[in-house]
Design a protein around this ligand. Structure first.
Ligand code: GLN
Length: 492
């Protein structure tokens, strides 16, 4: 029934759920439709590492019987919605690799809290998405399962590290996805693939079950076609969790309502130091187009400069690798996944397992991090980076005394050619200049599609103060109500 009609790809979550609840759409048909799409299309894109066919069809049957028995359906805001999950989020009995050889045969015995929340809301996990190994990268080329292709142009990267989630949403292989964002990994691929991606406030969404990269920066967030869908998913995954010691007890607003308030009278700042040198012309001109929409909608928009912003990449590329070097110490060949069997003693097991199991970029991060934390260098690198982190955080938060939100491009460039930066780490790291500041300060930021440049998507980033998800999604949703950029689809 659904095969002929790809209109499901144009429908928002709320409307699909209504149709499922009233049996206008059958959960099994819907799941089958997406699984078949993955099987048919994904060989070109490589966005999915593991397809969960059998279990998701079983789950769809369960959902059909929930509907038949009319069990308080209002308790299931995502009833029957097929979701793909980034492969660094633990899923019980479903392989979770972090796109690394070292975890290529690892199957968790528990669900991450976000997964439990999704399942309780009625969602169906149909697969696990490709990514940069351990979420380290900006192009999805650092994956033990091969690179992901950008659905808008197969010669280009989809961005990273959540390239798989972004490409799978953009090419209609699922209705929504979850990614993780340590320095931009949700927002930058969302921008390069023309979808919406939100990094929540640090502590809003539980990190329990997320394979740790930089624990003081990591957050899980939704990746969707529209801001409306993003709010639907955030409402389900946000909230206090005693299993995450950094989880916040703040009240969760009804985001799906809050995003319709309109932005008349809001004060929005354009981050001037993210619109000049180093930003592609096509990117700045399409960001400027969104600025005029914001003005038309009644917001006051003016330019502002954030002091110390230029330090963000240096701070991040000391703190994130330092935390990673500590977090990745657990992969020793004994506790998880892959283990080298040719070694003669435990030291060799560790050495050979890590030597073979980790890819080059992961090793580079471990080396940098170990160096920055070592005695003699700690004060000069790690401690200094922490001190400048505090100053930059203050400088960002200070801006919110004056502005409701700050906007900038999400990425300095549109999707670039595969292999063009993979051997130049510095060029790759510089891609993160616009996204890293929000992680450093722990504030939320969303990327939404704006006008295309050279037939490739461009992302507009909206950043707000801590726990202002309602506000930044409201701004994004207001733009989407009167524009069509988020409705464009790649022809595959
Ligand atoms: N591109 C950044 C990095 O390589 C950010 C990654 C992320 O957010 N997980 O570290």
């Amino acid at each position: 029934m659904l095969r002929e009609k790809d209109e499901i790809l144009e429908t928002n979550i709320n409307d699909i759920v209504k149709k499922i609840k009233t049996s206008q759409i059958n959960a099994t048909d819907l799941t089958t439709y997406f699984i078949e799409r993955i099987e048919r299309i994904d060989s070109k894109i490589n966005s999915v590492i593991t397809i969960e066919k059998e279990q998701s069809l079983k789950r769809a049957e369960e959902i059909n019987s929930i509907i038949k028995n009319n069990k308080e359906l209002s308790k299931f805001p995502l009833l029957g919605i097929p979701i793909i999950i980034k492969d660094n989020i633990s899923t019980k009995n479903l392989r979770t690799t972090a796109a690394s050889k070292i975890l290529s045969n690892y199957t968790p015995t528990f669900n991450a809290t976000v997964i439990t929340n999704l399942i309780n809301a009625g969602a169906i996990i149909i697969g696990k998405a490709n990514m940069d190994e351990f979420a380290m990268g900006s192009s999805n080329e650092n994956s033990a399962f091969g690179p992901v292709k950008n659905p808008w142009d197969f010669k280009k990267v989809p961005g990273g590290s959540s390239g798989g989630p972004a490409a799978s949403v953009a090419s209609g292989l699922c209705i929504g996805s979850l990614g993780s964002d340590t320095g931009g990994s949700i927002r930058q691929p969302a921008a390069l693939c023309g979808i919406v991606g939100l990094k929540p406030t640090y502590g809003l969404v539980s990190r329990f079950g997320l394979i740790a990269f930089g624990s003081s920066l990591d957050q899980i967030g939704p990746m969707t076609k529209s801001v409306e869908d993003c709010a639907e998913i955030l409402e389900v995954i946000a909230g206090y969790d005693k299993a995450d010691s950094t989880s916040s007890k703040s009240e969760i607003p009804k985001y799906t309502k809050e995003i319709n308030k309109g932005i008349k009278g809001m004060k929005i700042g354009i981050i001037e130091n993210l619109l000049g040198e180093g930003i592609e012309k096509g990117v700045s001109s399409s960001v400027n187009e969104s600025i005029s929409i914001l003005k038309d909608l009644g917001a006051t928009v003016s330019k502002t400069t954030i002091p110390l912003l230029e330090q963000a990449v240096s701070i991040y590329y000391l703190i994130a690798p330092s935390e990673a070097s500590s977090n990745l110490a657990r992969y020793d060949g004994f506790k998880y996944g892959f283990s080298n069997k040719s070694s003669k003693n435990i030291w060799e097991t560790m050495e050979f397992t890590r030597g073979e199991g980790f890819g080059d970029e992961v090793k580079r991060r471990i080396l940098i991090g170990t160096y920055a934390l070592s005695s003699g260098y700690y004060d000069a690198y790690y401690k200094k980076a922490q001190q400048v982190r505090t100053l930059l955080t203050e400088s960002i938060i200070d801006k919110f005394k004056e502005y409701d939100a700050l906007i900038s491009p999400t990425s300095p460039c549109v999707a670039f050619d595969l292999k063009s930066k993979v051997n130049n780490p510095l060029a790759m790291y510089l891609n993160d200049i616009c996204t890293i500041p929000a992680n450093i300060a722990g504030v939320p930021a969303i990327s939404i599609p704006c006008k295309f440049s050279d037939n490739l998507p461009v992302g507009l980033q909206i950043m707000g103060p801590h726990f202002s998800e309602s506000k930044i999604m409201n701004i994004g949703n207001s733009i989407q109500k009167i524009s069509n950029w988020h409705k464009e689809k790649p022809r595959i």
